[in-house]
Design a protein around this ligand. Structure first.
Ligand code: PAF
Length: 292
């Protein structure tokens, strides 16, 4: 895989653009099967670049920026067989030069993770805007596991007129339903067992929806019951898609979203559902790869 460390080397990407729509998979490294599926999806569109950058501006004080796993050689070994065209892996100094200008996120960033991680989405949007400007992809593929992140990025793309099509790829899960995440490696054996309760909570709420329950408070309580063995629930919510407001009734396009502490790890998970009169079906955030 061609590894690009500096912005001047990015000119080399122009040759790739002749081969089709350039697709970007932005990551912070510590790659797992979930990331590899994003890369395989991106490859269906055209030449593919993966960015690997642990972005300091999206971590708050006391969060795991220093401890976040970094192993470029292992990441490259995983990407090699997938036919990735280039990896962009800048240093923080290379990425952040100049002043302290930041993108101010919109209303979708104020709830859920945004409520407890002030500054997080501003940091995410700033680095994603920089990646879009530096790499000029036509397609960008993100994991649906970070559903709020997807919707906050979409809000920026629409508002600031970025010419990129967003794709949200389905969450990849372990056998017990635990969403794959680079932070799962922080879990000891007992934490790992208890971490399965996030998926059980989401499927419990989905089961009630399938039985016709439309009261968001009852759905929230069902999720909370399943989450009793975590070390603390930050939120277990039902929100409308794409606005992320609290619906009076659980119908239409819904995000069931959870953040909970399990041992040393803050875990998030979600389900995106379309709830019709009597049909409950998992759905993408971005209907045709554009605005939801
Ligand atoms: O989802 C992530 O890994 C990060 O938030 C992203 C989008 C790569 C920005 O740093």
């Amino acid at each position: 895989v061609q590894v690009i460390r500096t912005r001047t080397e990015l000119d080399g990407l122009d040759a790739l653009r002749a081969d089709g729509a350039l697709a970007l998979v932005p990551t912070m490294g510590a790659l797992h099967e979930g990331h590899l599926q994003l890369v395989r999806r991106a490859r269906t569109f055209g030449p593919t670049v993966v960015s690997i950058f642990v972005n300091p501006t999206q971590f708050g004080p006391g969060e795991d920026y220093d401890a976040y796993p970094r192993d470029l050689d292992s990441d490259l070994a995983l990407l090699e067989p997938l036919g990735v065209d280039a990896v962009f892996a800048p240093t923080p100094d290379e990425m952040y030069r100049g002043g302290g200008v930041r993108v101010a996120p919109g209303p979708r960033s104020k709830v859920l993770c945004g409520a407890s991680r002030p500054g997080h989405f501003g940091g995410v949007l700033t680095v994603v805007a920089k990646l879009f400007n530096l790499l000029r992809p036509e397609i960008a593929v993100f994991g649906r596991k970070d559903a709020q992140q997807c919707l906050v990025i979409d809000e920026m793309v629409t508002t600031l007129d970025f010419a990129v099509r967003l794709i949200d790829h389905p969450t990849v899960r372990e056998a017990d339903g635990l969403a794959m995440s680079s932070r799962n490696r922080y879990l000891a054996a007992d934490d790992r067992r208890r971490a399965g309760s996030l998926w059980r909570a989401l499927t419990a709420a989905r089961g009630l929806l399938e039985q016709g329950e439309r009261d968001p408070a009852r759905l929230r309580r069902a999720m909370a019951r399943e989450l009793a063995e975590t070390d603390g629930v930050e939120y277990a919510e039902i929100r409308s898609v794409p606005e992320l407001t609290s619906p009076a009734r659980a119908t239409g396009r819904l995000l069931l979203a959870i953040a909970a502490q399990v041992g040393p790890a803050r875990l998030i998970d979600n389900l995106v559902l379309g709830v019709d009169a009597d049909i409950v079906a998992e759905t993408a955030l971005f209907a045709d790869g554009g605005t939801p």
